[in-house]
Ligand binder design. Sequence first.
Ligand SMILES: [Zn+2]
Length: 410
Amino acid sequence: MGQHIGQKQTLQELEENVLARIDQEEVIAFHQGLVRIPSINPPGDCRDAIDFVEKPLRDAGFEIERVQDLDIMPNVIASIGPKDGKTLLVNAHVDVVPIGERDAWTHEPFGAEIADGRVYGRGAGDDKASVAAQVMAALAVKRAGIPLAGRLVINQLSDEEVGGVHGAALVSAHEGLNPDWVINGEQTLNRVCVGEKGSAGTIITVHGKTAHGALPWEGANAIEGLAEVIVALRRELWPDLENRTHWAFKPSSASTNLVEGGVKSNVVPDKASCFIDRRIVPGEDPDECRQEIDDIAQRAIKNVPGASVTVELMSEIGGRKASAAPVEDPLVQAMLQANERLGLSTEPTGFSMGTDGRFWAEKGIPTIIYGPGDPSLAHKPDEWIGIDEIMAAARAYAIAMVRLVGDYAE
Ligand SMILES: [Zn+2]
């Protein structure tokens, strides 16, 4: 098994070596330890969680760097391998959402209790299962002595649940980190997601004119104007969105999720607004999506004389194109082949929600989303992760790492 110059090991040998270094007891103990650290965001104090994640990587000989702009939100970057080859960056986040009503939980929210082959707790799935699987996979690569032709970067983040400004946004702008591929760990049921949907969150504001509620003809009712706009959108635009499809994703969609307006029960309202949660597929452009809503709104508002309407993208949520890495990209192929070897799904798909991966995908870097757990369990009471799911993910990440940055005989 010794490695000699000019006599590289085969990929199969390397895969067997790395898989042999993944130990279930160790992986689950590490995951439980991390779940027991309540890194709730807000306020988002992730110092203990990042220290916990960094320690085994540091002890194993990874180069450690921290990037942060807030004391309580460190982000760790742990790397091994030569810098002159390809770079694979693997990331996930250690912050978790609040527990909500304590009474809704039948398990201790930060107890990491094991029952029926599951670990329960806030963040057990979102996103500490991905964190644990990634860190343990990277340790296995190191311990197995896998020869590396490229660089493996493990990046664990403090801030995701509140938007990623102090997490992925910061790290993706950090100098010297120029990954060729990114694997973003979120709950995909260990399926390979080639990208994520984009969004064009839109605010519609109707302006009218106040009047006494008993004399409505003297005013222009902004709420009724908004109702005209919403109904027109539902009739004219929403049905069309179902036809905007992409093989990896659910169709383009829209939903009116917030509405605000009115002054007083006996006053004709002069202002009303709503928020359209608009999710888009590859090929759609946020500005064009705003424009088509605007066109319909301008026509519909004519039904309420004296009222006018403005339509704008919401700055933080709105305006992001969908991403989709090509299936033939080595990144997608490596992850699919890992799944094939482990008997998991080999059918690529797309992720409906937004993730930290967008910060990398926006730079044109092939970025996929892959991780253990069911996204529909996230942010709920009694969140859990299957032990078998974490183990499968740790193995799959390890195989993908070996395939992408390992040095082996072709
Ligand atoms: Zn998450």
